[in-house]
Ligand binder design. Structure first.
Ligand code: GLU
Length: 301
């Protein structure tokens, strides 16, 4: 096997909180445990929410925690041309199409189709499942609307994608085995193949209106470019991995092994989030917490 490579891949949309710290520390512990490298990737494709001071802030928070990343750091906003190129390659192969529908229009169509008695079909993120309206547009009409400057996303044509790459698609997962006692080293535990069901995402967006990629495409391309062998991230992204393994097969990228860890939750059972007022690492630092204290609290003393 190649030398193991892990990554921590925060989106600079807010300051990091304890949940991010736990995820980064777990990646670090595993990389150390099996003699691998840990890379940092800044997922800053959102031009509105990603701000330079937040990128600087997360670098400071991670350094304060004692985390050191192997160079080079990767910033997604510096690779937009590569994502754009990949989307056009998929479109040329008939695996992606432009979609001119607004979110509101999609919700209205899906709700009307479901009628009053059936539940609205939704993707794993809870969004109404795209009914495929623009998949039916002829190339001529789609080209004309694009040439006229009509805003559009690009969607994966999942039926065509699954015909081109029938699978079976699997997510290669691994458990994490923790040793006993304080400071116990984390090791890679039992490995298991889980069946993936990419179709539950319908025809997902692979390039947004304002950015020539989506989270899903960028993460898959970057894990390949960075040579990531082990992806360790929150269980809220487990469903996304079903789509990621299909995208990997389509673009000829190797599939890493995955571990989706439990999320830290607040006293009311909600996952930590800046929007719900979870305290940031910067706040905790300002109120006198030490990196050793944070590590101990998270079980990485
Ligand atoms: N950027 C994502 C986040 O901050 C994580 C992506 C990933 O680990 O695949 O939630």
């Amino acid at each position: 096997m190649n030398a193991p490579v892990f990554r921590f891949a925060p989106s600079p949309n807010g300051r990091l909180h304890l949940g991010h710290a736990a995820s980064a520390l777990l990646n670090d512990a595993l990389a150390r445990g099996i003699g691998g490298r840990l890379l940092l990737r800044i997922e800053d494709i959102d031009p509105v929410r990603s701000r330079p001071e937040l990128i600087q802030g997360l670098r400071e928070d991670l350094a304060w925690l004692g985390l050191r990343f192997a160079p080079p750091e990767r910033r997604q906003s510096e690779h937009l041309d590569a994502y754009r190129y990949q989307v056009s390659a998929l479109a040329e192969c008939g695996l992606a199409y432009p979609c001119f529908c607004s979110r509101g229009a999609i919700a209205a169509v899906v709700e009307a189709d479901a009628g009053r008695c059936a539940p609205v079909p939704r993707d794993p993120d809870g969004a109404p499942l795209y009914p495929g309206t623009c998949r039916a547009l002829s190339e001529r009409v789609a080209d004309r609307r694009r040439a006229a400057g009509e805003p559009h996303t690009w969607r994966l044509d999942t039926a065509h994608a699954l015909a081109a790459s029938p699978g079976p698609h699997v997510v290669r997962t691994f458990a994490v085995a923790a040793g006993e006692g304080r400071g116990a080293v984390r090791q890679i535990g039992i490995e298991r193949d889980e069946a993936a069901d990419p179709a539950r995402w319908g025809d997902p967006v692979i390039a947004r209106r304002d950015v020539p990629t989506s989270y899903h495409l960028a993460v898959v391309m970057d894990d390949a470019v960075q040579g990531i062998t082990h992806v360790v991230r929150g269980e809220d992204l487990r469903a996304s991995t079903d789509l990621h393994v299909l995208l990997q097969a389509l673009i000829g990228a190797p599939s890493p092994r995955y571990h989706h860890h439990a999320l830290l939750r607040d006293a009311s059972g909600e996952k930590l989030a800046k929007s719900r007022g979870s305290r940031s690492l910067a706040d905790l630092r300002a109120s006198g917490e030490s990196p050793a204290g944070i590590r101990a609290r998270l079980g990485f003393a």
